[in-house]
Design a binder for this molecule. Sequence first.
Ligand code: DX5
Ligand code: ZN
Length: 215
Amino acid sequence: MSAIRIAPSLLAADFSYLAGSVASVAQEADWLHLDIMDGRFVPNITMGPMVVEAVRHKTDLPLDVHMMIVEPERYVEAFRLAGADSLTVHYEACPHLERVVSQIHESGALAGVAINPATPVDMLQDVLEELDLVLVMSVNPGFGGQSFWPRSLEKVRRLKDLRGDRDRPLIQVDGGINQKTAGLMKQAGAEVLVAGTAIFKAEDPGTAIRELRQA
Ligand code: DX5
Ligand code: ZN
C-alpha cells in the first residue's frame, strides 16, 4: 500500500491569520487543500485566485485546489497562475469533462475529478486513465464540519477495483475525516485524506495530522 498523504483543508483555519495557519501544518502535511466555492455550484462562497496566490507565497507544500464552482474551465488558468499544483473539478459541473481535464494538463497541473455523494464512481470509468486524482466526497460539498457519509466507503472500494493494478489516479476523500473515519477510509483504499475540522480545530494541528496518519 502506498504511503498515505494528509491534506489539511484551510477552510477550517483562522482566515484572519492565514500565514500562521499554514505554518501550523507546514511540518507534517503532505499537501495543502484549498476549497474554492462560488455560491452557485455550492451555497457557500470562499476564496478566489488572490487568496491561493497569497498562500502560495507562504509555503512550498503542493497546493491542492478543489474547485466547487460552475464552469471551472473559466478559471483553470487563473488558479494555475496563482500557484495551484493540482486542480480538481466536479464531475457534476462539467458537461465536457474530458476537455476540462486536458485543459488542466495543458496548464501543467495535476488533474483531479471530484464526485458528490449521489454520483456513482462508475461515471468516471471512461476517463479514469486520464486522471491523476479522483476525489470521493464523503459529505455534500459546501461546508466544513459535516458528518461523514458512510456509503462513501463502498465508493472508495469500487474505485480501487476500477483502477485495477494501476497506482493512478490517486484516491482522495474529503469531508468528515477524523481519527475514526480516517482508519476506515484507509482500509477501504483511500490514499489522500483531506481534513479541515479534525486538524485546524485541534489543539495542535501537527499532532492531529500525525494521529490521522497513524489511524
Ligand atoms: C467541503 C470541503 C472540505 C471541507 C472538509 O465541501 O470540500 O474540504 O473543508 O471539512 P471537514 O474536514 O471539516 O469535514
Ligand atoms: Zn475540499
